[in-house]
Design a protein around this ligand. Structure first.
Ligand code: AMP
Ligand code: DBH
Length: 540
């Protein structure tokens, strides 16, 4: 373990990944500078009527880097970045890359509880926001965190204007080396507090470069950022970084709503974009009625949660583009169906790994390999999969095997052709349409409510989102209503997507043989209740 708080790859692995050409020694700052030379006047970012060329984006990043330096933000410092999909996201992130400061990638949906935690846990030097987005004023969060600087895009209120960060660089900026950490990404997690994922320039740029190739990107590629830009999927699989690597054009969408996204696809001749399954369903339905010209769209990537085979089959005929399934994780491993794969692989699997050196094991509860084709726990290790979370030694001891495999918590099987099919999940998490919710985190907040004696949060099936959240509550006194618990969690500053969709009041929890709450039984219970209700409603 190095003093960066991030467990590194053992030297023999690092040496091998370099020898094999995966880790090239290039940083993201180097990459942008190189593109600014080779594609100077090509458009890198389109945001409304702003069109930044590669030269302009690079210059802006250098200026922001200079401004950060002037304010005492430097190599290794953490900076929580929480921005909507706007051009400044790329300006600040590359500015930070240039000086070796680490973006901490918060999502726009996060609220004071999460942001306070990120700032405190990482001892962040700064917090970067836009004034308002989607009806929410992020300056209200800024008032509740302790950081040296708050930089605001738009009206700064009591804080520092982002514009004031742009300074004339005084000479060369000494940058990081590629083996340094580049940023901290977020894990959906399964524990009381979100885990932070330390990624290096070397390892991340390898995944980005290889992803760009798998997805056939080149300078003609136009990528619509429909999901939150900071999320690992639209950032790197191949995402905006892959498109910038390839010299293409990135188009941030203010919202993924079909009307907005479709207009942008038509206006900018978008060729590729990435969505989560519920969005894919919404787009499929909207495509029937739209007057927008979607003919430029070549690839729709779907990932973040399991995309049903039935929905997957609709993509090609109804959207007129190719489907690519993506099963990835911010911790590393990313699987893709390939663009030239036969339809049954594209619709029926979640893809295969990026790298020939991604090591995958599928094991039983005792970590023994299951027979070929059987379902088991997925473990993985490789040239872009972390060896441990940031500052989390205790958790790392069980989230990773002794020989460095990451325990994904996913239940998968492998087809004879080497493709993975996601069959379920063993981790204590709800995947609400691609938004991950750690049950324990929500339970801890709910336990603070005066009417909650005990609580167990589980997933319940949902036709549209795949899963929603159900909180089983043993009350203290008057049973709490779902609306009361939601308001309570919102007041505590928890992100909206983590609020339970339903509350079931019970006298006790079913227990497993060893005396733990049986979440499997609770999930079965709520599934039964929902199925009965549906049967009643449809008169079946
Ligand atoms: P995180 O570790 O928070 O980045 O979340 C990654 C997790 O999202 C994976 O471990 C899976 O549980 C889930 N996931 C991502 N993509 C897919 C997919 N295509 N199908 C099923 N689950 C997925
Ligand atoms: O869900 C994810 O975290 C995810 C999905 C697809 C991801 O991190 C990725 C691709 O890189």
């Amino acid at each position: 373990m190095s003093d960066t708080g991030a467990p590194a790859w053992p030297e023999e692995f690092a040496a091998r990944y370099r020898e094999l050409g995966y880790w090239t020694g290039e940083t993201f700052g180097d990459m942008l500078a190189a593109r600014a030379r080779s594609h100077a006047s090509h458009v890198a970012i389109v945001d409304g009527d702003r069109r930044w060329t590669y030269a302009e984006l690079d210059e802006r990043a250098n200026r922001v880097a200079a401004g950060l330096r002037e304010r005492g933000v430097g190599h290794g410092d953490r900076v929580v970045v929480q921005l909507p999909n706007i051009a400044e996201f790329f300006e600040i992130v590359f500015g930070l890359f240039k000086i070796g400061a680490l973006p901490v990638f918060a999502l726009p949906a996060h609220r004071a509880a999460e942001i306070r935690y990120f700032c405190e846990f990482t001892e962040a030097a700064a917090y970067v926001i836009a004034d308002r987005h989607d009806g929410f004023d992020y300056r209200t969060i800024a008032g509740q965190v302790t950081v040296r600087h708050v930089f605001v895009v738009g009206d700064p209120g009591a804080f520092t204007p982002f514009d004031s960060l742009r300074r004339e660089p005084a000479g060369e900026i000494a940058g990081p080396v590629a083996s340094d950490l580049a940023f901290l990404q977020l894990s959906g997690g399964s524990t009381g507090v979100p885990k932070l994922i330390p990624r290096t320039h070397d390892d991340y740029l390898y995944s980005v470069r290889a992803s760009a190739e798998i997805c056939g990107l080149d300078e003609r590629s136009v990528y619509l950022v429909a999901l939150p830009a900071a999320h690992n999927f639209p950032l790197s699989s191949p995402g905006t970084l892959g498109v910038l690597y390839a010299g293409g054009t990135v188009v941030p969408a203010p919202t993924p709503a079909p009307d907005v996204a479709f207009r942008l696809i038509e206006a900018e001749r978008v060729t590729i974009t990435a969505v989560v399954p519920p969005l894919a369903l919404a787009w499929l339905d909207a495509a029937k009625r739209t007057t927008a010209d979607l003919s430029s769209l070549d690839v729709l990537q779907v990932g973040g949660a399991k995309f049903s085979e039935q929905a997957a089959r609709r993509v090609r005929p109804e959207l007129g583009c190719r489907l690519q399934q993506v099963f990835g994780m911010a911790e590393g491993l990313v699987n893709y169906t390939r663009l030239d794969d036969p339809e049954e692989i594209v619709t029926g699997t979640q893809g295969r790994p990026i790298s020939p050196d991604d090591e995958l094991r599928i094991v039983d509860d005792a970590d023994r390999d299951v027979p070929p084709g059987a379902t088991g726990h997925l473990l993985t290790r490789g040239p872009y999969t972390i060896r441990g979370y940031y500052r989390a030694a205790e958790h790392n001891a069980h989230a990773f095997t002794a020989d460095g495999f990451y325990r994904t918590g996913d239940l998968v099987r492998r087809t004879p052709a080497g493709y993975l099919v996601v069959e379920g999940r063993a981790k204590d998490q709800i995947n609400r349409g691609g938004e991950k919710i750690a049950a324990e985190e929500v339970e801890n907040h709910l336990l603070a409510h005066e009417s909650v004696h005990d609580v167990a949060v589980v997933s319940m099936p949902d036709e549209f989102l795949g899963e929603r959240t159900c909180a089983f509550v043993i009350p203290r006194g008057t049973p709490p209503k779902v609306s009361q618990l939601k308001a309570f969690l919102r007041d505590r500053g928890l992100a909206g997507y983590k609020l339970p969709d339903r509350v079931e009041v019970v006298a006790e929890f079913p227990m497993t043989g060893v005396g733990k709450v049986s979440k499997a039984e609770l999930r079965a219970e709520i599934s039964r209740v929902l199925a009965e209700r549906l049967a009643k409603r449809t008169g079946a």
